[in-house]
Structures are given as structure tokens and as C-alpha cells.
Design a protein around this ligand. Structure first.
Ligand code: 13P
Length: 249
């Protein structure tokens, strides 16, 4: 059975003291049994965060990683480096990486491979821009992102994949996809996984929704049968808000 997951993507927020303060605030809350909780601090604070939450049921994950094993890639971080500080999961293909750092579907496919080669789980992000939604092209765009970036993964490896639908027009804008829009896309995506893999694999993959999720709307979004949780940006930066979302199943 697939897992409920709430993951906080802290993006380029929180220096070391702020990271520790937020983790301390999170640790005041009890994580319910029916949800896996993840937080993604910036690279430089991953080791500290991993040590800080050792005794707490929150997984520390990365926001990205490079596809190469090692070498002359100034400023980049490899899967092996992440693993050496305790990280077993990374976000791949966030729309901000796609848009601002020119990450193509082809590059993302290599990143997914590098994660799998290192027994790491990928939170694979995809989602359409506003123009795609307006022109009715959103299903095609999502299909292309999945086919080119992800669907080369072998059946056996798909257990190490978490999907995250993040419509770009809903990220950091305060505008959320309606529960119906989220469910419609998630159902479509689960159908794509069924077609490319098997019904069993599709039923077992968690599909998260991301884009202006907050305590006030999390319940109605998570209530949909094909929405298995959320990838949270702004609201993950306050422990009270994040834990309210965690408790929205
Ligand atoms: P917001 O929740 O701030 O819209 O960000 C969503 C997101 O991009 C999570 O990865």
C-alpha cells in the first residue's frame, strides 16, 4: 500500500542557527503513524539536520544532486556525498531547477539513474506552466516530462520513486490547484504509470501535490483518492503550519 508523505522543501532558506531552531520547533510535535515526514534543508545544513533529528521520526532529504559520480563540477554535490551524511532521498526536477538552472528532461533522467545506482529514492517533480494550463496542454506536458525524465526506470526500481505534481502557476503564488484539478491530474498520472508499468506499481507509488499548500487547504487536497500527500514550500518554514499540514490526513 502506498505511503502518505508530507515533505518540506525549504529551498534557499534557513542558515545553520535557523535550521536548528526550526528542527527544535518541529521536534516539539508528535509525528502521526499514518504519514512519513521529510524535510529538505539546503546542502550545507544536511549533516547538521541529519544529526539533529536522529531520534525523531523525520527524514532529512536533499533538494537536488548532480548526476555525475565525482569530478570537475565546481559547486555540485554527488549522490555518494549525500549518502555519506545520511541522506537517502533527494528531490529531482523541481520546477525551479528546470526553469532557473536549465535542467532538461534528459538531465533529470541521468539524475534519477544516479540516485538509483546509489540506492537512493527520488522525489521526482513535474508540472505545467500557466500557459500550458490555459491552452489545455497540461496533460501533454506532464506526460512528456514523465516519459522523457522517468519512465526509463525499470519496474523493480520504481519502488524508489515518489512523484510530485507541482503546477508551476501554483508555486509560491498563493494560488492552489483546486482539489478537483489536483485529483484529475493525479489520476491521469497514475494511469500513465499503469500503462508504462503495471497496475500494482501504479497503486503503490505515492503522488504528492505541491503548490501553495497550507493548513487551511491541506485537508481538502489530501482527501482525494489519488493525492497521497504534499511537497510544501513556504508553509514548511513554520513548524506549526507544517505540522498542521502533516496532521491533515
Ligand atoms: P509553495 O508551497 O511555497 O507554493 O512551494 C511549493 C514548492 O515548490 C515545494 O517544492
Amino acid at each position: 500500500m502506498r505511503r502518505n508523505i508530507v515533505a518540506g522543501n525549504w529551498k534557499m532558506n534557513n542558515d545553520l542557527p535557523q535550521t536548528e531552531a526550526l528542527l527544535q520547533d518541529l521536534k516539539k510535535h508528535v509525528v502521526p503513524d499514518n504519514v512519513s515526514v521529510m524535510v529538505a534543508p539546503t546542502f550545507v545544513n544536511l549533516y547538521h539536520a541529519f544529526e539533529s533529528v536522529r531520534e525523531y521520526s523525520v527524514e532529512v532529504i536533499a533538494q537536488d544532486m548532480h548526476q555525475a559520480k565525482s569530478g570537475a563540477f565546481t559547486g555540485e554535490v554527488s549522490a555518494a556525498m549525500l549518502k555519506s551524511v545520511g541522506v537517502k532521498t533527494t528531490i529531482i526536477g523541481h520546477s525551479e531547477r528546470r526553469a532557473m538552472f536549465w535542467e532538461t528532461n534528459e538531465i533529470l533522467a541521468l539524475k534519477v539513474n544516479a540516485a538509483l545506482e546509489n540506492d537512493m529514492t527520488s522525489v521526482f517533480c513535474f508540472g505545467e506552466e500557466l500557459e500550458d494550463r490555459k491552452s489545455g496542454n497540461h496533460f501533454n506536458i506532464v506526460k512528456e516530462q514523465l516519459e522523457e525524465g522517468l519512465f526509463h526506470v525499470k519496474n523493480d526500481d520504481f519502488k524508489n520513486i515518489i512523484l510530485a505534481y507541482e503546477p508551476v502557476w501554483a508555486i509560491g503564488t498563493g494560488e492552489t490547484a483546486s482539489p478537483e484539478q489536483a485529483q484529475e491530474m493525479h489520476k491521469y498520472v497514475r494511469g500513465l504509470v499503469t500503462d508504462a508499468y503495471t497496475n500494482e506499481i501504479a497503486e503503490n507509488v505515492s503522488i504528492l501535490y505541491g503548490g501553495s499548500v497550507k493548513p487551511a487547504n491541506a485537508k481538502e487536497i489530501f482527501a482525494n483518492p489519488d493525492v497521497d500527500g504534499g511537497l510544501i514550500g513556504g508553509a514548511a518554514l513554520k513548524a506549526e503550519d507544517f505540522m498542521a499540514i502533516v496532521n491533515s490526513f
